[in-house]
Write a protein that binds this ligand. Structure first.
Ligand SMILES: *Cc1c(COP(=O)(O)O)cnc(C)c1O
Length: 422
């Protein structure tokens, strides 16, 4: 696209955007009577207007049917998670049998590590990215300790090189080779939450398998943001949350992927009745017989209210389609990158005071910006002027124009407001 930092350009781009009408399916918070520039869909996605109705339908079925809703509700609660499966499998690129919606993200990470992190005296190490999301760090540490190992010698963190913000892929691959037969697992965020860097999950998985280790990914910032192909990439397991790019509400139900090659094998797992063979579940017999799919990792019956919110959001995703979303995402984030370069040119005589640290060749829709010479005060000013972005210590502003509901005009307004503040 031939970008321009002009209102007309933004308006015209919105008019020719096939996904433009999807914006009206969401509620936008307002600031002084005007819709905010909402660039934090990477933290909490906006509310789809259909969610209320979906939840209400379940409340009505519950009020009218009581326990019979498990089988007689319009969408029977017994198998409620199944209504989500096809839609989420398209988003993460898994076969329907490889995905399941359940629990919360960190819970799923633990459950999957029960199966995929089984350290021995010889093979006990985990490779992860430095400064992983804190919850992931705590999960890894506590798993290592649970097995009687020492995090200091078992967890290998890959850092960016001196003076760089992003981790070089070659450094991850080199470490996988070096730790080789001591390596049990590679567990990395598919998109780094801080920098927005996207990792090559196919290559990392291949390298991990090459030394006899498993590869798993936390897709909190990837699901609904970038193109994923977990099955073809041969990823062993993955998990994600649904309240960021997937817009399913605060604390919404999370998801998990287990590659089909691991179904029906004797991987150890924590079991609950919802993972039990469906046809015989209510015989309530002794001895766990797992479902031959990712559903085997389920413990409890479906949280129907939060799943109905998830369903409403996934229906919108399904209608838009990941291909179109990703194509718009590239244009929209490209526009934001252009506007920031323009601001540097106009305000700072082409000095990169607003430095984008997200790699331009490996990103989704998020840009992480270091505003040199400006502290948190700049961010606070943004909030005062109706931009909702996100601040990460020590000095990073994260902005994510989300293709499902953000517009070129949002990006233009962001630029204009930022110009004024600076
Ligand atoms: C958002 C996020 C989480 C949050 O975990 P919950 O269990 O959903 O509270 C964990 N890990 C990463 C990488 C995240 O981005």
């Amino acid at each position: 696209m031939d970008y321009r930092f002009e209102h007309d350009f933004a308006v015209k781009s919105d008019q020719s955007d096939q996904l433009n009408s999807f914006r009206n399916r969401f509620y936008f918070p307002t600031h002084k009577g005007e819709e905010v520039v909402y660039f934090t869909g990477n933290s909490l996605g906006l509310q789809p207007k259909t969610i209320k109705n979906h939840i209400e339908n379940e409340l009505i079925d519950w009020s009218e049917l009581g326990v019979e809703g498990h089988f007689k509700a319009k969408r029977p609660w017994f198998s409620y998670h199944e209504f989500l499966t096809d839609k989420i499998s398209k988003i993460v690129g898994g076969l329907p049998g490889e995905v399941v919606c359940m629990n919360q993200l960190t819970v799923n990470l633990h459950l999957l590590m029960v199966s995929f992190y089984r350290p021995t005296k010889k093979r006990f190490k985990i490779i992860c990215e430095a400064k992983a999301f804190p919850s992931d760090q705590y999960a890894l540490e506590s798993q290592v300790k649970f097995h009687g190992f020492d995090p200091a010698t078992s967890i290998v963190e890959i850092f960016p090189r001196e003076g760089e913000y992003n981790i070089r892929e070659e450094d991850i691959l080199k470490n996988i080779t070096e730790h080789g037969n001591e390596l049990a697992l590679v567990m990395i965020g598919g998109v780094n939450y801080f920098t927005g860097q996207v990792f090559d999950m196919r290559k990392i998985t291949e390298a991990a398998h090459g030394v006899g280790a498993y590869a798993g990914f936390d897709l909190a910032h990837a699901a609904g943001n970038i193109k994923l192909n977990l099955h073809n990439w041969n990823v062993d397991f993955a998990c994600w949350c649904s309240y960021k790019y997937l817009n399913s509400g605060p604390g919404g139900v999370a998801g998990a992927f287990v590659h089909e090659k691991h179904h029906g094998t004797n991987l150890p797992q924590f079991a609950g009745w919802w993972g039990y063979d469906k046809t015989n579940r209510f015989k309530m017999e002794k001895g766990f017989k797992p479902i031959h799919s990712a559903e085997a990792w389920q413990l409890s019956n479906a949280p129907v209210l939060s799943m109905s919110a998830h369903l409403a959001a996934l229906e919108i995703f399904d209608e838009a389609g990941m291909e179109k979303l990703i194509s718009k995402s590239k244009q929209l984030t490209g526009y934001l990158e252009y506007i920031i370069a323009e601001i540097n040119a106009i305000k700072f005589d082409r000095v990169n005071k607003l430095e984008i640290i997200t790699p331009s060749n490996a990103r989704g829709c998020q840009l992480s910006i270091v505003a040199h010479g400006y502290g948190k005060a700049l961010f606070n000013k943004m909030i005062e002027h109706g931009i909702i972005a996100d601040w990460r210590e020590p000095n990073v502003i994260r902005v994510a124009p989300v293709p499902l509901y953000n517009s070129f005009n949002d990006v233009y307004r962001f630029g204009k407001i930022l110009m004024e503040i600076l």
